[in-house]
Ligand binder design. Structure first.
Ligand code: SF4
Ligand code: SF4
Length: 302
């Protein structure tokens, strides 16, 4: 049986919703756009984006000998919850830190690939390396890039978390998928800070997801339009997401310790309690002080 089929089957058994494969190559067609974005300043001071441009475009410079890129995705769509503050946080932050969950699943997938292809080696990546994950997802046929600049799968929408295995095993690649946004532009209209351009370019300086998640001062954060951590405004309106099924993965279910938090609980929480409750969640990265400041501002306005 074809190794590609076996790998994809195993990825589903490990809990991924999607798994497809691309042949490694230098994505030279992305260089001009990426350089333009960096030169325009729209990268919003994300220093890591400026580094390792060549590596970012060519996975074989990141991991020598890479022949195949295995791209996996998990859907995390969840409906509104009865906790008003949580509905002002990006829904990926309601559960466990996806980096930890996905990295473990990818490690198991890599081990399986090594069993199927003896002598092969590889590495796994979740969001932390200079790698164009979304471009590889498109190349592998997981979907296309929507006007919200996110990967869209026709059935699962854009609430997708991606993980990638780079391997020197020669695997037969999948083909890219046809699809697109048509004349829809709901995400552009819904973005509260005007961060989405007409050309599928994100102005990270304006994007609330960037401003609330990356390290920056309260002044730099600016007007968050009611968002406390991350922002789902451009995803909530996307018709593909409206029709997507709810995620079935328990790792990304809303954490009971978050669901039970009232505004007063948040404001009286100590650093020690915060670390105990939200260790290994996306909120940990933000820190309690910033969250409390945003919650106070939110309560004053609402
Ligand atoms: S995450 Fe929010 S601020 Fe960023 S592009 Fe989407 S709607 Fe705009
Ligand atoms: S809201 Fe419309 S334009 Fe935006 S990503 Fe979804 S389908 Fe595309």
């Amino acid at each position: 049986m074809d190794n590609r089929f076996l790998i994809q089957q195993h990825a589903l058994e490990l809990g991924f919703d999607l798994c497809r494969i691309a042949r490694s190559r230098a994505l030279t067609e992305h260089r001009e756009r990426l350089t333009q974005w960096l030169d325009s300043g729209e990268y919003g001071g994300l220093q890591y984006m400026q580094r390792n441009l060549d590596k970012r475009l060519d996975p074989s410079l990141l991991v020598e000998g890479t022949r195949s890129i295995v791209v996996c995705a998990i859907g995390y769509k969840r409906g509104p919850v009865p906790n008003p503050l949580m509905n002002h946080m990006a829904s990926y932050a309601w559960g466990k830190d996806y980096h930890l969950v996905i990295r473990e699943k990818l490690r198991q997938l890599l081990q399986y690939i090594q069993q199927l292809c003896p002598g092969s080696s590889g590495r796994v990546f979740v969001d932390t390396a200079p790698l164009l994950e979304k471009a590889w997802a498109v190349e592998a046929g997981l979907g296309w890039i929507g006007r919200n600049t996110l990967l869209i799968h026709p059935e699962l929408g854009s609430y997708l978390l991606l993980g990638v295995v780079l391997t020197d095993a020669e695997l037969s690649p999948d083909t890219p998928m046809q699809g697109g946004c048509g004349s829809c532009r709901r995400c552009i209209d819904a973005c509260p800070s005007g961060a989405l351009g007409e050309d599928r370019m994100l102005d990270a300086r304006r994007c609330i997801a960037r401003r609330t998640v990356e390290a920056c001062s309260a002044e730099e954060e600016g007007d968050l339009h009611g968002w406390l951590f991350g922002c789902d405004a451009c995803q909530r309106v996307c018709p593909y997401n409206l029709h997507a099924p709810e995620s079935v993965h328990p790792e990304f279910a809303p954490l009971p310790e978050l669901c039970s938090m009232t505004p007063q609980d948040w404001l009286s929480l100590t650093e020690t309690e915060f670390r105990q409750r939200f260790h290994e969640t996306p909120l940990e990265r933000c820190g309690l002080e910033r969250l409390q400041h945003r919650i106070r501002t939110f309560l004053e306005k609402h």
